[in-house]
Write a protein that binds this ligand. Structure first.
Ligand code: CAA
Length: 382
């Protein structure tokens, strides 16, 4: 068993870590306060290939593997969880399905701008009535000649307020359930009948926009269909398998930030004449946080390695996402506890880590759905 990184993986990890420490971490509190889209960070990460880590270089990506993606996501999310999710969506939810299921022409047209970091992409799946039950879509695509006409509203779409391109999950016929689901690539800025609806006010990841996408008789060329009619639901679930590695890595980055901050603070904060790090009550918290976060990293790297080696990693990505987000949430809560009253105030980032960690247990499939996916695999029910 080899736990080491290749020279190339280590180089990208070091480069992203350095960038995240120098350029992202110093503005994370400001991004959280202003809810500003981190435009300049996205452009710079794009130039480094990080908006399409595993996308082949001929389509504007870095041509690296999923293990590298995990390390890049952890480093970015440790500095700023909002930046982390923007990167994850571009890579996994937008880039992966086009790279995996797109035609050569679709890849050439729709990957380079996003993977190269010139513009953002998004994946629009969730609707008011279709969350965990992802096959229950109502957003309808009706084929008319050489165009699909779209009608419906998407909710909670990460990057939806800023994205130029979208992979849109919709249905050709709701009566067919998941068998009617298709994925269409939509140029949001050049589609009449499309508008951005409500922008959500959230608890955390405040610099990552979460928007409604509204389609009213919006026309999309039929040639923008990914694969064939009837394949959309499986494409979606395969994209989510990949995306869960991204979100698990985001969660781990947040957990690592919570641990690092609490560790530092515990050495500085003096009570009863001693740094609080000398008290066993604090030490045990730190020990548990570090152990659980390391375990999460192993799960993430295993899932990533399996994806890189073309193995079935559905269960492993669900395990990694579920466990990483659960222990990140726990670490963030314990981090606030170690900071005490200061942890509850905005003077320190501890409370931001707690707000940011929570969403990782919810999006990219709730952790209840992850447990369902894992159990079905264990029981041979899928
Ligand atoms: N890969 C490929 N195919 C799969 C699959 C997978 N991982 N999982 C299931 N399938 C196939 C099944 O084999 C089946 O195919 P056949 O009919 O040919 O046998 C078909 O898909 C239907 O499968 P199920 O009956 O298992 O489908 P289901 O309705 O029970 O749903 C589910 C499965 C796992 C619950 C799925 O709906 C799910 O993952 N829900 C959660 C949705 C989700 O993750 N949303 C996240 C939104 S995006 C987001 O949050 C991003 C963000 O903001 C950052």
């Amino acid at each position: 068993m080899n736990f080491g990184l290749t020279e190339e993986q280590q180089m990208v990890k070091d480069q992203v870590t350095k960038f995240a420490e120098a350029r992202i971490k110093p503005i994370a509190a400001e991004l959280d306060k202003t809810h500003r889209h981190p435009e300049e960070i996205c452009r710079a990460l794009g130039e480094m290939g990080i908006m399409g880590v595993s996308i082949p270089t001929e389509y504007g990506g870095a041509g690296m593997d999923t293990v590298t993606y995990v390390h890049a996501m952890i480093a970015i999310s440790k500095a700023c969880a909002s930046c982390g999710v923007i990167v994850s969506v571009n890579n996994s939810l937008y880039g992966f399905p086009i790279d995996s299921f797109g035609t050569e022409a679709q890849k050439k047209k729709f990957l380079p701008p996003v993977a190269g970091g010139k513009v953002e992409g998004c994946y629009a799946l969730t609707e008011a009535g279709a969350g965990s039950d992802a096959g229950a879509l109502a957003c309808r695509a009706t084929l008319k000649g050489d165009k699909y006409v779209l009608n419906g509203v998407k909710r909670f779409i990460t990057n939806g307020n800023v994205a130029r391109y979208c992979v849109l999950a919709c249905t050709t016929d709701p009566a067919q359930g998941y068998k009617g689901v298709i994925n269409l690539i939509v140029d949001l800025k050049n589609t009449k009948g499309f508008s951005v609806g409500k922008i959500e006010e959230k608890m955390g990841i405040l610099a990552s926009g979460t928007a409604e996408l509204v389609f009213e008789d919006a026309e999309v060329p039929a040639e923008n269909l990914l694969g064939k009619v009837g394949q959309g639901f499986k494409q979606m679930l395969m994209g989510l398998d990949c995306g869960r590695i991204g979100i698990g890595s985001q969660a781990l980055g947040i957990g690592r930030a919570a641990l690092e901050d609490a560790l530092q603070y515990s050495k500085e904060r003096v009570q009863f004449g001693k740094p609080i790090s000398t008290f066993q009550a604090v030490q045990f918290k730190l020990a548990d946080m570090a152990t659980e976060l390391d375990a999460a990293e192993l799960l993430l790297l295993k899932a990533a390695w399996m994806e890189d080696n073309h193995m079935d990693y559905e269960k492993e990505s669900a395990m990694a996402k579920m466990y990483a987000s659960d222990v990140a949430m726990k670490a963030a809560i314990e981090g606030v506890q170690i900071f005490g009253g200061y942890g509850y105030c905005k003077e320190y980032p501890a409370e931001r880590h707690m707000r940011d960690a929570k969403i990782c247990q919810i999006y990219e499939g709730t952790n209840e759905i992850q447990r369902m996916v894992i159990a079905r695999k264990l029981l041979g029910a899928r």
